[in-house]
Design a protein around this ligand. Structure first.
Ligand SMILES: Cc1cc2nc3c(=O)[nH]c(=O)nc-3n(C[C@H](O)[C@H](O)[C@H](O)COP(=O)(O)OP(=O)(O)OC[C@H]3O[C@@H](n4cnc5c(N)ncnc54)[C@H](O)[C@@H]3O)c2cc1C
Length: 385
């Protein structure tokens, strides 16, 4: 796929938020773009479904209407540990919407702008030679684009795997949607609850259509201790935390079974590598993984997708320029969020954190601000002509 030969100049592997944001940006600039997504149809993804203000800014810029998707409004965060709780207003109004609706809407948007989408094809291998980068995909054979955007989220592709060193990757993430009892959903109205328990945390919030999303992150050891079952896990958290027990009492599970992912590499930040070929742009979770309690992973995915596309439009295949800029934009936030995560995962420290937040709610507000993408980074991308 060499430019000028009538085929796609850029191949994007992965149709999540990073890949779709890059596709929208390239298609808006009328660049022939092929987006390859392995799933044949929309599906749910493990995620807290909390959209920060930065993520909302990018989505609005890309032409997405969150009101049209029925996204909920969230203006405060309540931190809960055992019987204690601390609540503070967020420094912005967050939104809650299912990833199934959101990712699908952004993929449609990319297509409507002119990107070509192929679903149901899996890219198996990425390599480089004297002629540039090539990728091998099921059904499509070998592709040789001018640039390849790697946007496969947590899934590594052979030939371009992320290193595991320096990350906390013994974690499992779960997600399930529930219809809560009326009184419990009214208690969640306008707020996200973050419940700290031994070995992890849970996030509970409303999304569209009066549905509640429960997302959990837990260590392998804790999951093993509760017998490796969803019901065992819920019961043990409910025994520790009255509010969690109350929220789920009388709730109807809307999934056949909860979704899960393992080995979430909290703390990973791609280090620009001189050996890696120019023209390979790593975006989203392939470039950096921020601990999910910050609720800014989607913003990083959107930011990286847009930044990669704009860098390509300005500097061509010089992906090292993009990787250095992105690292400068996200390194501090990911390091701070990872340190805080490690510092607060034990019960004793969780109790201290809760008391600190009760005494000085501004601590919580400060954490929610300092672990998010900076305004200046977002503005730099959005103001690029
Ligand atoms: C437990 C948990 C909770 C979270 N909660 C939040 C939250 O509340 N708010 C927030 O902002 N962030 C949250 N995040 C982070 C957020 O979900 C991710 O940062 C974001 O989804 C990354 O987007 P992405 O586009 O990089 O990857 P993804 O959204 O994972 O998309 C990758 C896509 O690539 C496709 N793909 C994979 N491999 C291939 C292949 N070989 N060929 C073709 N296609 C392929 C996949 O099917 C997928 O559609 C959470 C993360 C976790 C783990």
């Amino acid at each position: 796929m060499i430019p000028g030969e009538g085929t796609e100049e850029v191949v994007i592997v992965g149709g999540g938020l990073a890949g779709a944001a890059a596709a929208c940006t390239l298609a808006q600039a009328s660049r022939p773009t092929l987006l390859i997504e392995r799933d044949t149809a929309p599906r749910h993804k493990v995620c807290g479904e909390f959209l920060s203000i930065e993520a909302q800014t990018y989505l609005a810029r890309l032409g997405l209407d969150l009101d049209g998707l029925g996204a909920s409004h969230i203006s405060s965060i309540r931190l809960i540990n055992g019987r204690r709780a601390a609540e503070v207003d967020l420094p912005f109004t967050a939104r809650g919407v299912s990833r199934m609706s959101l990712d699908e809407a952004l993929l449609h948007r990319a297509e409507s702008l002119g990107a070509k989408l192929i679903r149901g094809a899996v890219v198996r291998n990425i390599a480089a030679d004297g002629q540039g980068i090539h990728a091998r995909a099921d059904e499509l054979g070998v592709l040789r684009p001018d640039a390849l955007f790697l946007a496969t989220g947590k899934h590594d592709v052979k030939g371009a795997k992320r290193p595991r060193s320096g990350t906390s990757n013994d974690l499992i993430g779960f997600k399930a949607h529930y219809r809560l009892a009326e009184r419990q959903s009214s208690l969640l109205d306008g707020r996200v609850e973050v419940i700290l328990f031994t070995g992890g945390y849970a996030g509970l919030q409303m999304i569209e259509d009066g549905v509640a999303n429960l997302c959990l992150v837990i260590t392998q050891a804790r999951f093993k201790a509760v017998g490796r079952t969803w019901s065992g896990l819920l019961h043990s958290i409910a025994d520790e935390t009255r509010a969690f027990h109350d929220r789920l009492e009388g709730a109807a599970l809307l999934f056949e079974r909860p979704l899960s992912i393992s080995q979430v590499p909290y703390g990973f930040v791609h280090l620009p590598n001189p050996v890696e070929p120019q023209g390979l742009f790593r975006t989203g979770d392939q470039a950096g993984v921020i601990p999910s309690y910050t609720g800014d992973g989607m913003a990083i995915a959107l930011h990286s997708g847009c930044l990669a596309a704009l860098t390509y439009l300005t500097h061509g295949r010089a992906s090292s320029i993009f990787h250095s800029q992105l690292r400068a934009d996200i390194l501090h936030q990911i390091r701070l969020a990872s340190l805080l995560y490690v510092a607060t995962c034990r019960p004793f420290r969780q109790r201290i954190l809760l008391r600190l937040c009760q005494a000085w709610p501004m601590v919580m507000r400060h954490v929610t601000s300092s672990t998010r993408l900076r305004d200046c980074a977002v503005r730099r991308v959005l103001e690029t002509p």
